[in-house]
Write a protein that binds this ligand. Structure first.
Ligand SMILES: [Fe+2]
Length: 164
């Protein structure tokens, strides 16, 4: 059945290339890189239009981040080990799911070796000084750049990160 009247000028959808329906990334398709002290990281996906970045980490006990504020929401899923934010009492362990709204402020602290966590983050991390002022910014594009650089330097070539 043709719903378009004959002779009518219909715009064609050529503004953007269609996105693929599904993309699978296997466990070993992207390497973990060491970004200091044996703490490992991979970047799974960057979507600049959504300001979205998805990373996976394998931390060592004792690792800490600088206190930071997220400009967008954060989702975290823990695969193994144990970690917490210094600001809260709860401990994330295997199977823990964590949601934090935009503007949350926290300081990540790793409690056990081989703590593997998957983070889905929107926006930027504003790394804060003790007085609360912003010292530096971490975002998806910068993290991807660091990941690609470290991967090449550590002999993994150029990982095929999903960039939308
Ligand atoms: Fe965070």
């Amino acid at each position: 059945m043709n719903l378009v009247p004959a002779g009518r000028n219909v715009p064609v959808m050529t503004m953007t290339a269609p996105r693929p329906l599904a993309i699978h990334i296997g466990r070993d398709d992207l390497p973990f890189v060491d970004y200091g002290g044996g703490n490992m990281m991979k970047v799974l996906l960057i979507d600049e239009a959504e300001s979205l970045w998805i990373v996976e980490n394998i931390f060592k006990a004792g690792f800490e981040t600088q206190t930071h504020r997220h400009t967008g929401p954060v989702f975290g899923y823990t695969v193994s080990g144990a970690w917490k934010y210094k600001e809260y009492d709860y401990v994330n362990r295997a199977g823990s799911f964590l949601y934090e709204p935009a503007n949350s402020v926290h300081t990540l602290e790793i409690l056990e070796d081989n703590t593997q966590v998957w983070f889905q983050m929107y926006g930027m991390n504003l790394n804060l000084r003790e007085d609360g002022s912003v010292e530096s910014v971490t975002d998806g594009a910068g993290t991807l750049g660091a990941y690609l650089h470290l991967a090449e330097k550590q002999g993994h070539g150029r990982p095929n990160v999903l960039v939308l």
